[in-house]
Design a protein around this ligand. Structure first.
Ligand code: ATP
Ligand code: MG
Length: 564
């Protein structure tokens, strides 16, 4: 019995958990140490959220520690703006690194010392070949490489030249330091990779202290080793780099070296995740910055109204795998609906208003009707909503000539006004172009919601607002930024854009009660707009005078989770 339970538990572990548990059981490691190592060359996106939650989650699960480390070894593309945004996003998503915030650039000196060590061991050499020559000498997947003519430089000469590289005695790109491994290796990464290059660039952290910068493959294992990382988790494209990662750690001589483990990147269907592509949309002004709600950067998801818990739930549904595959964006939408379903108030909003006049309701009278804040969650209580003679309803809840199976308002038909009365359409008015401007109804005072009236039934229920109490707001509706039919990328690498990805509705109205709930426009103020979807106050463009709402997701779903 007990054994069965145990084996069941083992099966449900992902492959990284299995490795960690084995390492712990064998005493190979005592305390799990993981890290998230972003390069500050852009904002974080949903793929990074996966990496953060995975690394942080493992540290939590096994009572270890989690570091945030900026992999800031390439100053050309790095900016302080990105550092700041990454810190904010890691916090928000719940990657609690406490005080363990590190910068790879703080280890530049250790990296330099490590390079000196390799030179002294005869494991690294200064090479004068040009970039093109190095490429040529490297060979191809089917052809072995050739040794550089500088490969046999003696140790003293190498040392002197490397020190001169650091001292700025050569021009940019004039020489490089290379690892001396094997130009015939079937693994191209092992063909004497470059360790250091000369480049006069101002670094956001170290300024002009250095004119030589280490390459990623050399720097990364050193960063991990310095921080005593036990499991260095990265994505699959680094699998072929693992022998080099291990080679550096061994040759530099770290005790208890970290172990690199690769997992598959998170890809979403019809969504742009690569930092490079997102940056291009930002630079080309196609989107309103890195936090444009149509993007899947963490800051965009936050602005749109996603919650950390919905993203966490999404990652749990996705799981961790060794095979690349794409996840349907609808699954992320499912998670946010689930998260908000029982936690946010449901209110009435009219996005495309037409006026309804209740001709038998006294002019100037206002009455307050009780409505549940969330029909599925009684504990959220009730509120009072104003009712009056003049109302707004949504334009598509009225038709002059009803379509088949249309149960909403049309001449002669009776519907329920949600939380209020039955109303019957008696007449309507059109403008010169044939657009409906006003609808005239009568109401039946006997049919008040909650009164137990059941003498007759109606088939349609629509939402509404008392015109004089309704608050004007702007609403933004989003569709995928990518044209789904044409595929994500064009041949030239640019994105096939959906021209309808943003619809701005400037003439919308919302219940006064919803507005009263909003104390701080920079907080997460989300609502369900009844019969429509989930919406959140836009923290960037909203003002006290005019609130802007982003539609997070509509109510309809095409995604059903596989039930366990
Ligand atoms: P991009 O491909 O978008 O440019 P990157 O991998 O270059 O991202 P880094 O800042 O170097 O971005 O990555 C930080 C960490 O996030 C790395 O460990 C990387 O493997 C991980 N990561 C990046 N993209 C994804 C993804 N789509 N899914 C899971 N993890 C990812
Ligand atoms: Mg990168």
């Amino acid at each position: 019995m007990e054994n069965k339970e145990l084996s069941k538990e083992v099966v449900s572990k992902n492959f990284i958990e299995q490795i960690i548990e084995k390492d712990l059981a064998e005493g190979k490691v005592k305390e799990i140490k993981t890290r998230f190592p972003p390069e500050p060359n852009g904002y974080l996106h949903i793929g990074h959220a996966k990496s953060i939650l995975l690394n942080y989650g493992l540290a939590q699960q096994y009572g270890g520690t989690f570091n945030l480390r900026f992999d800031d070894t390439n100053p050309t593309k790095e900016k302080v703006e990105y550092v700041d945004s990454i810190i904010e996003d890691v916090h928000w998503i719940g990657g609690d690194y406490e005080n363990r915030l590190f910068y790879a650039s703080d280890y530049f000196h250790d990296m330099y010392e490590a390079a000196i060590k390799l030179i002294k061991k005869g494991k690294a050499y200064v090479c004068d070949l040009s970039a093109d020559e190095i490429r040529e000498y490297r060979g191809t997947l089917t052809e072995v490489g050739k040794n550089s003519p500088y490969r046999e430089r003696n140790i003293d000469e190498n040392l002197e030249m490397f020190i001169n590289m650091k001292e700025g005695k050569y021009g940019d790109g004039e020489k490089v330091l290379r690892a001396k491994i094997d130009m015939t290796s079937p693994n191209m990464n092992m063909r004497d990779p470059i360790i250091y290059r000369i480049a006069r660039m101002t670094h956001h952290n170290t300024g002009d202290d250095w004119c030589i910068y280490p390459m990623y493959d050399f720097a990364h294992p050193i960063e991990d080793a310095i921080e005593n990382i036990t499991h260095s988790i990265c994505t699959l494209e680094f699998e072929d780099h693992r022998p080099l990662y291990d080679w550096f750690l061994k040759e530099i001589g770290y005790e208890n070296p970290p172990q690199q483990i690769e997992f598959a990147k998170l890809y979403l269907t019809n969504v742009i995740t690569g930092k490079r592509y997102i940056k291009k949309l930002v630079d080309d002004g196609i989107v309103d910055g890195w936090d444009d709600p149509r993007l899947v950067t963490i800051s965009a998801l936050r602005r749109r109204g996603f919650t950390p818990s919905s993203i966490k739930m999404f990652m749990e549904l996705c799981g961790v795998s060794k095979n690349n595959s794409s996840v349907d964006y609808a699954m992320l939408e499912y998670c946010i609906r689930e998260d908000l379903k029982l936690t946010v108030p449901r209110v009435m909003a009219v996005l495309d208003p037409i006026k309804v006049i209740i001709t038998n309701y006294p002019e100037g009278q206002i009455e307050y009707l009780e409505a549940a804040n969330n029909q599925e969650e009684e504990s959220m209580g009730t509120r009072q909503i104003p009712f009056a003679r003049e109302l707004y309803i949504d334009r598509d809840d009225f038709m002059v000539e009803p379509a088949k199976k249309y149960f909403r308002l049309y001449p002669g038909n009776e519907v329920r006004l949600m939380n209020a009365y039955f109303v019957k359409c008696e007449d309507y008015k059109l403008d010169e172009d044939g657009n409906v401007t006003e609808v005239y109804c009568t109401y039946d005072p006997e049919t008040k919601s909650g009164s137990g009236f059941n003498a007759r039934k109606v088939k349609g229920t629509i939402h509404w607002l008392a015109a004089e109490k309704a608050i004007p707001v702007e609403v933004r509706l989003y569709e995928n930024i990518v044209d789904e039919d044409k595929g994500v990328y064009k041949e030239d690498g640019s994105v096939n854009l959906n021209p309808n990805s943003l619809t701005t509705l400037k003439n919308c109205y919302l219940e006064p009660n919803a507005i009263e709930r909003i104390q701080d426009i920079s907080a997460h103020n989300a609502f369900q707009f009844l019969r429509n979807g989930y919406f959140c106050v836009d923290s960037k463009d909203s003002t006290k005078e005019k609130l802007v709402f982003n539609r997070i997701v509509s109510l309809k779903s095409s995604y059903r989770p596989v039930t366990k």
